[in-house]
Write a protein that binds this ligand. Structure first.
Ligand code: SF4
Ligand code: SF4
Length: 160
């Protein structure tokens, strides 16, 4: 079908990514430093990206393209949400907080689509409590996830 789509002028595009950030539909990716409309069926034609482009690289044009697929956009958004959940960061200090984290961490691991766990701790002994709590949570969650511990020295370096 013929639809109103955006056209991105590659010669003007500086790859800043503002259009991709503005596109709530997720239709644009930055590929090799240039914006591209990679999912025409995600493109709603409302033009949210146009005013965000600092170089005026985006314009409208009419051309042959697949229809807007609202269901596909919703599915993609759900996947991004799940991925962001999985990449969430939780911080704590066993010395100052005086709580047992393992219960809370167990619930987080059980109730979210987490693919792996990275425990980042300081070399100071009290940080070991955090490592123990995270390992206990991994065991108690009943999930078999890859995990690693990264230890940071007092002067901010990673200890091998
Ligand atoms: S017009 Fe809307 S849906 Fe299409 S690329 Fe721009 S922001 Fe995304
Ligand atoms: S906002 Fe404009 S300059 Fe920036 S990536 Fe998008 S098209 Fe390129």
């Amino acid at each position: 079908m013929i639809r109103k789509l955006i056209r991105i002028g590659k010669e003007k595009c500086n790859g800043c990514g503002a259009c991709a950030d503005a596109c709530h539909e997720g239709a644009i990716d930055i590929i090799n430093g240039k914006a591209e409309l990679v999912r025409e069926h995600f493109h709603d034609g409302l033009g949210d990206c146009l005013p965000e482009c600092p170089t005026g690289a985006i314009s409208f044009e009419e051309r042959e393209a697949p229809a807007y697929d609202e269901e596909a956009v919703k599915e993609a958004k759900k996947k991004v949400f799940a991925k962001n959940q999985a990449m969430s960061t939780h911080t704590g200090c066993p010395k100052l907080d005086q709580v047992d984290y393992s219960e809370k961490l167990t619930a987080i691991i059980q109730n979210n689509n987490i693919q792996s766990v990275t425990i980042v701790r300081m070399e100071v002994p009290c940080c070991g409590g955090l490592e123990i709590a995270a390992k206990k949570a991994l065991q108690d969650s009943g999930k078999f996830l890859p995990w690693q511990v990264i230890t940071i020295s007092i002067d901010g370096k990673t200890i091998e």
